[in-house]
Design a protein around this ligand. Sequence first.
Ligand code: CA
Length: 458
Amino acid sequence: MADDLGYADVGFNGCQDIPTPNIDSIAKNGTVCSNAIVTFPVCGPSRAGFITGRYEQRFGFVGNPPHDPEDRNAGVPKSEMNIAESLKQVGYKTGIIGKWHLGLHREEHHPLKRGFDEFYGHLGGGSKYLPEDLTIQDCYTAEPWQSYSCWIHRNYEPVQITQYLTDEFSKEALRFVDASKDNPFFLFLSYNAPHSPLQATEKYLSRFPHIEDPKRKIYAAMVSALDDGVGQLLARLKELNLEENTILFFLSDNGGIEEKSHSDNGPLRGQKGQIWEGGIRVPFAVQWKGVIPKGEIFEKAVTSLDIFATISELSKSPFHPNKPLDGVHLIPYLTGKIQEEPHPNLYMRMHTSNRKMVRSGSLKYVVPGKNQSAELYDLKKDLGESKNLASQMPETLELLKAKYNRWSKDLKDPIFLGNWERQQLLKKKKLLEKNGNIGMKSDPLQKSSLSKNQSLKP
Ligand code: CA
């Protein structure tokens, strides 16, 4: 999984200025899903959906978890089963390398408490990339604004890295595969690249003399380092003769943040954080040599939720009997054995901003924010979401609205205060203090431990 990688920033989706030959080889030896979406346009919730195979809105994980080791609620509830917890039950060795971002509470949410045998990475939403910038040993006592400067963890121990972080994660991935090669294994290689901050080493920067835009140049170098890592991993699987016995998924956790990183979502409207395609449609390719067709493009809608469903079906690993997966086993669709749409409908709710979406065939129903009217787009004819068909197709609009309402009635309100909401409340509190107004009845930040049914209205 890449982090904030733009839809059009890989060769297989048409990227011209950043060569990604290794990522492209997954597409060449497998299938590109050109119409793949994630469940939320920012990191934490998208990853919560991916790793549980269920819409994270079902369990109230609807914002990025804050840097707060005391907050037991800020993470995936233990009542949900994740991919690693499932695979462990059928004898898989499980590892996560890179970004976690699914909760900081040591007992409740550490990867080793959530089905993973090994962890090498950072617990929060991002990290600086240069060894000399990681100056804070203990992330548990660090202030929220210091979280990107913390040491990397090997399991529970902070360690100092010696090379560029992306290279560090790639090296670790090879170590994990070498150590696990005689067992069934699951590796979640969760690069934080090319998420901010924009940082790269000369080794990678020197590959892009042709890019003049300084931000795009660093971004390109970061993607290139990631691509090298993917190449090393693929080469090692080949050397160990594991290629035909390994299924590989490549995707980004959300769209590129074009304004800040100068990433490129190509023809898609919008960017990270938004409900438009640029926020949620991601580069996605699957390789399983000998099974999945080579060099094909699959255009029907798929979702990151399909990864768990596919893995569970192939490995016969369990999922919670009362909490069915929202994804489908993708293989028969990719091989053409099943011709129908894998997902007649896909949904999204962004609770705090009141954004709503249904994707149904090529139609997209979207409520872009609070007090805004519903809009309707036909993505097949209008990928850039520029022609709102709502007034032309009122009956379709109503039909999709009814679908959304049916889906959303089972969702939970937020179970923790997201990072953004927390910052807003902190600002409000500071402003009130500055103005000598101590009239707030309670400390708004105490709301971080919300009870299940409490509604959050920041
Ligand atoms: Ca992300």
